[in-house]
Design a protein around this ligand. Structure first.
Ligand code: SF4
Length: 441
């Protein structure tokens, strides 16, 4: 039977968003039925935030209030402080891949884009072409860190769906000095006034500053959680910290006190476990540093690492909170300066992927010094050509510090690119030759 063709011109993107809401409601209902000791209040709160945010997208669109498509690191604090609902065009689609047997990824296979383009870029263009996103009033483009990002916006401009949406492109600095952040800060201020003109939303320094203050508190909590992750046994399962803190600070509405409350719950859980000296791996813990973003397949990998090797990931680039500085909100220029620094020098991928390689060397050196890994595993995401060129630097840091390094080639966002079995096999060989012993089958 052939699938009935949808008339795309009739869709405004709320249809797919409603599917997300329905699915998340179903998941929440199932979770609520589990016995009390099996329930995970942090996960339930996080899913509840995603459900509400998607509902808000639909409502905002129907009420004709402004919506922005943007990317992480594009100072979402400004948009939120101005009351402009904003979303990243790939976050929901990627989050739901695991709930739908990768349905969108399979559809992307026949999508006419080169197979070696970063999976994240493919998903973004596919989502726009198929009207799977709530139609925005403005787009805040990301001009970094890779060429694929530039291509996405060109594709948006050429699409029937997003072609008429005005785009603001931030010109990111290459360097990381005071004058660089001032340069980007001036653009962010200009962006706020551009948003006023294009959307009719009002920029009010005090309202944006209040959002920034709340995010300052979220990053402070994040740092405390990472302090806990220095303990052995590590108090939380691998990838848990970034998988919770990243959406709370970048994807869900920035500066939402509900997000801060979830961050506090995670901190409480970590502190409690440190106090009791417990964690998911209770003996012979093999600690791993993962110098890249988290893979979408992190759940299956974490389970396998623990079961087969007593191994756990204690730090990733996405989890690394040390670069985040408190933003001074006592005056407008200081606030834009701090937001600019956060945008081009603190959020992961942009921090390590753009500009001087010293950042990558320093970060890995610090992670090894502070989190005491037994090994470093770099996933080698197929899209990051810039990071692929940095392999020699990773090798040098690890060799100098006496920590074994495994360099893989995977897609962080499509587990089919390098099947998990192959990843597991490579990790097992690597750990064995470095003298670690697996658990018996
Ligand atoms: S994951 Fe890497 S390759 Fe993909 S969009 Fe981000 S920077 Fe570009």
């Amino acid at each position: 039977m052939t699938e009935a063709k949808t008339d795309l011109s009739k869709l405004d993107g709320t249809e797919r968003t409603q599917e997300y809401v329905d699915r998340l409601n179903g998941i929440l209902a199932q979770m609520a039925q589990a016995p009390a000791e099996q329930r995970n209040p942090i996960l339930e709160a996080l899913i509840g935030l995603f459900r509400d945010w998607n509902m808000d997208k639909i409502k905002t669109r129907r009420e004709g209030r402004p919506i922005a498509v943007t990317w992480y690191g594009n100072a979402p604090e400004i948009l939120n402080g101005m009351g402009i609902l904003n979303y990243n065009p790939v976050v929901d689609l990627m989050m739901h891949l695991g709930f739908t047997n990768y349905a969108d990824a399979y559809k992307c296979d026949s999508f006419p884009l080169d197979g070696n383009v970063c999976s994240l870029i493919r998903y973004a263009i596919y989502a726009v072409q198929n009207r799977l996103l709530v139609k925005p009033n403005v787009i805040i483009a990301m001009g970094e860190p890779c060429d694929g990002e530039l291509m996405v916006h060109q594709a948006m401009k050429e699409s029937d769906f997003f072609g008429d949406v005005p785009i603001y492109q931030i010109d990111p600095s290459y360097g990381h000095d005071k004058k660089d952040f001032e340069y980007v800060g001036r653009q962010l201020k200009e962006m706020a006034h551009w948003l006023e003109k294009v959307t009719g939303a009002k920029y009010d320094f005090k309202r944006v500053a209040a959002v920034v203050d709340e995010t300052n508190e979220q990053y402070r909590i994040w740092k405390e959680i990472n302090e806990c992750m220095k303990a052995s046994p590590a108090p939380l399962p691998g990838f848990t910290v970034p998988e919770v803190m990243w959406p709370l600070t970048q994807h869900l509405p920035a500066g939402n006190p509900r997000c801060t409350a979830v961050a506090r719950m995670l901190l409480g859980a970590a502190q409690e476990n440190v106090k009791k000296h417990v964690g998911p791996i209770m003996k012979n813990e093999i600690r791993i540093v993962w110098p890249d973003l988290d893979p979408l397949w992190n759940g299956a990998l974490t389970e396998w690492l623990a079961k087969k090797w007593n191994a756990t990931v204690v730090m990733t680039d996405q989890q690394y909170s040390k670069p985040y500085e408190v933003i001074d909100t006592s005056n407008e220029d200081a606030m834009f300066y701090g937001l600019a620094r956060r945008a081009v020098f603190e959020v992961p991928m942009i921090r390590q992927g753009r500009g001087f390689v010293d950042v990558l060397i320093d970060d890995l050196t610090d992670m090894i010094n502070e989190y005491h890994p037994d090994v470093v595993i770099a996933p080698g995401h197929m899209g990051h050509k810039d990071k692929a060129g940095n392999t020699q630097f990773l090798k040098k840091v690890c060799r100098d510090m006496g920590v074994p390094l495994l360099n893989l080639t995977t897609s962080l966002f499509d587990e089919r690119y390098t099947p998990l079995e192959k990843v597991e096999n490579d990790i097992s060989n690597f750990l064995s030759v470095n003298g670690f012993k697996p658990n018996p089958d």
